[in-house]
Design a binder for this molecule. Structure first.
Ligand code: ADP
Ligand code: ASP
Ligand code: MG
Length: 425
């Protein structure tokens, strides 16, 4: 008997009808002879609504209480899903992250899983149950407090359980038919990808393709767990994310030169103006940011003006960390020594991803030409071996993504991509 882990995102369980539809799917998997572990997200936009509510009560809620609040969303959906399955005549038990043995560090709002001890899940399965686990949550190893894994963290819960239970596959069910060459909400002509390597998926995910979370892909690569991303609304085959290409008929699916275009409008840019151009300045700025436990993305330092010996340093970071970063830098201004800070949250990032970039000259040139033809101005540039990213005005992002997608011949010549649900929030 095989063991499968299935994860259903919020849009798949947005209302009672959705929960009943998903319950039927789960029961089918069980009837096919599998042991089934299900990871479920909060219903629809519940997590966003809880965040809005918290912000009305307190502008900077304490991490511990914030996590306690957010995990309530997944508790609702896990219990309802278990009820719906029982109503179909099958045994199901729901478990919180803590009960399922998801042990994390104690960094509230973005905890990391450090161990998974799924003893109770094993027992439930051995007793013939379908196990339903609340996604995106765990318990801290030291303080035994409830933690959350960061937005979209249910993907990570699913892969971590799949690894700990030695599952054959981790199926991620969502509101589109798989991973596409761009977000189908922005590019109607985006094409579904049949197979993508962990490496390319990792870059797409960390560049903003929220269909899979970066940490989830990282985890899957480390434990070599194949992921199948597919729609909970259609019966279609989705996208396989794995280390080796899948077979299709007699042939293996080829690695594409360019896998896709990702975009991200969740970041902001901070410019530290008037920094003395001498050793130790960048170190002091980024030590301040690191000590505030903030992750940064791109960094650019301008050439200093000879007359003043001063330079500007810009970097990008999640908008949600903007306030904290500005406060930390202001506090350390006397020690670091700079003139002022500029904060800009109207930026967007566009990234082109593909391992083929390494060996195909001209990709960078064609990328910049596509942006120029679309009249898009570039503010920052960063590259890795298999990715080029630029920062532009947020308003320019949709047009820029479509232009780059077309320029690299990624537009599909068949039907438009289907979006089955969700609000895209
Ligand atoms: P879930 O609630 O199932 O976790 P998410 O909203 O987190 O769903 O992720 C699915 C969404 O990801 C899609 O509706 C789509 O708008 C977005 N998305 C962004 N980039 C891509 C991509 N390259 N392929 C597919 N979906 C993408
Ligand atoms: N409900 C959480 C969120 O909206 C976790 C998840 O859906 O993966 O971010
Ligand atoms: Mg998600």
């Amino acid at each position: 008997m095989g063991l499968v882990v299935q994860k259903y995102g919020g849009s798949s369980v947005a209302d009672a009808e959705g929960i009943k539809r998903v319950a039927k799917r789960i029961v089918e998997a069980k009837k096919n002879g599998n042991q089934v572990v299900v990871v479920v997200s909060a219903m629809g936009d519940t997590t966003d609504e809880l965040i809005d509510l918290a912000e009305q009560v307190s502008p900077m809620p304490a991490g511990r209480e914030f996590d306690m609040l957010l995990t309530a969303g997944e508790r609702i959906s896990m219990a309802l899903l278990a009820m719906a399955i029982k109503n179909l005549g099958h045994e199901a038990q729901s478990f919180t992250g803590s009960q399922a043995g998801v042990i994390t560090d104690s960094v509230h709002n973005k905890a990391r899983i450090i161990d998974v001890t799924p003893g109770r899940i094993r027992t439930a399965l051995d007793e013939g149950n379908i196990a339903i686990v609340a996604g995106f949550q765990g318990v801290s190893a030291d303080k035994k407090d409830i933690t959350t894994l960061g937005r979209g963290g249910s993907d990570t819960t699913a892969v971590a359980l799949a690894a700990a239970l030695d599952a054959e596959v981790c199926e991620i069910y969502t509101d589109v038919d798989g991973v596409f060459t761009a977000d189908p909400r922005v590019v109607k002509k985006a094409r579904k990808i049949d197979w993508i390597s962990f490496e390319d998926m990792l870059e797409l995910a960390s560049s903003g393709s929220k269909v899979l979370l970066h940490r989830c892909v990282e985890y899957a690569r480390r434990y070599n767990i194949p992921i199948h991303v597919r729609s909970s609304f259609s019966g279609l085959k989705g996208t396989w994310v794995s280390s080796e290409p899948i077979e299709q008929g007699d042939t293996k699916v080829e690695q594409a030169i360019i896998s896709g275009v990702a975009h991200d409008t969740s970041e902001a840019k901070i410019t530290v103006v008037g920094v003395p151009d001498k050793p130790g300045e960048a170190a002091a700025i980024f030590r301040t940011i690191a000590d505030a436990a903030i992750n940064i993305d791109m960094v650019v330092q301008n050439v200093s003006a000879a007359a003043t010996g001063l330079t500007d340093i810009s970097f990008t970071l999640p908008k949600t960390e903007g306030r904290k970063a500005i406060d930390a830098l202001e506090k350390n201004r006397p020690g670091i020594g700079f003139d002022s800070l500029r904060y800009d949250d109207q930026i967007g990032k566009i990234s082109l991803v593909g391992a083929g970039m390494k060996t195909n000259p001209g990709v960078t040139a064609a990328f910049f030409e596509a942006l120029s033809d679309a009249g898009v101005n570039i503010e920052l540039i960063s590259t890795s071996e298999i990715r080029i990213s630029v920062v532009t005005r947020a308003d320019d992002v949709p047009e820029a993504v479509r232009a780059v997608h077309s320029a690299f011949g990624l537009d599909s010549d068949s039907d438009e991509a289907v979006i089955y649900g969700g609000t895209g929030r």
